[in-house]
Design a binder for this molecule. Structure first.
Ligand code: GLP
Length: 254
């Protein structure tokens, strides 16, 4: 695992955008489409901002890019302000020249959800899986909506949110009871199929999970993100806030 510490959100946006743009350029030079695995949440927002800035500057062209989002709530209308469809449109998709047919976000309102998750995995597989997967992380170590538990999903599937995640995500909803309890998420194998993975951890509030990830003690389904250690090309990017606070925890333990 490579570790990169960035000063702040701006540097995070620059660092991850450099990786994204390099992959798009390389793939386009080979006459292929870059396949990006995308994440929602507040953590990747500086990356989308920087990518949109570079697009407006003429530094990157998204026309031949294919995207797959990690997850989506079940039974939340796509036009709801908290749906991941809305998040992606507002923060990224509407601002770039991507072909909308190449944008994939699980449909949490599909009539047949079992069929939807199988189909999502199949399209991803047919696209050759992600050249790059970017990830944020929950305080409890979830990635996508792969929540801690005895069993983790291998392929894209249906998952139930833990109370901790419902509580964390309730900050965006008027009422905690409005937070959907279920979601579609890429599974652990789906994520690990990516050629390259970038996991971002920012802010002091993530110090416990940042310390856990930095220690690299082992792999456990209690912290799904630890399965990422199995990946040969994983980069953990932390901002100074998360990194310094995590180091304090690590130092206090020895
Ligand atoms: C949600 C998403 C995750 C995201 C996490 C952390 O639960 N499903 O993909 O990583 O929130 O979000 P934030 O970056 O806002 O802390």
């Amino acid at each position: 695992m490579k570790i990169k510490v960035v000063k702040d959100k701006k540097e995070l946006g620059n660092f991850v955008s450099d990786i994204v743009c390099k992959i798009i350029k390389e793939k386009n030079e080979e006459g292929e489409k870059a396949v990006l695995g995308l994440a929602t949440g507040t953590t990747p927002i500086p990356v989308y901002e920087e990518l949109v800035r570079r697009y407006n500057n003429g530094d990157v062209d998204f026309f031949n890019t294919v995207t797959f989002n990690l997850d989506e709530y079940i039974n939340l209308p796509q036009e709801d302000k908290n749906s991941y469809h809305t998040f992606m449109n507002e923060n990224f998709i509407e601002h770039i020249n991507i072909n909308k047919n190449n944008v994939h976000i699980p449909d949490g309102n599909a009539e047949d959800l079992e069929e939807e998750v199988k189909n999502y995995e199949r399209i991803l597989q047919d696209s050759g899986y992600q050249d790059l997967q970017i990830l944020g992380i929950g305080h409890n170590g979830h990635i996508g909506f792969n929540e801690p538990g005895e069993f983790l999903l291998a392929d894209t599937g249906i998952t139930h949110l833990t109370n901790e995640t419902i509580k964390a995500n309730s900050r965006f909803f008027e009422n905690i009871n409005d937070v959907p309890k279920d979601a579609i998420t890429m599974g652990m194998r789906t994520i690990l199929n990516a050629d390259k993975i970038v996991l971002m951890i920012t802010g002091e509030s993530k110090k416990e999970i940042a310390a856990k990830m930095l220690k690299q003690e082992g792999i456990t389904s209690k912290y799904p993100a630890t399965l990422l250690y199995l990946h040969p090309d994983l980069t953990l990017v932390l901002d100074e806030e998360a990194y310094n606070a995590a180091q304090e925890i690590i130092n206090s333990e020895v």
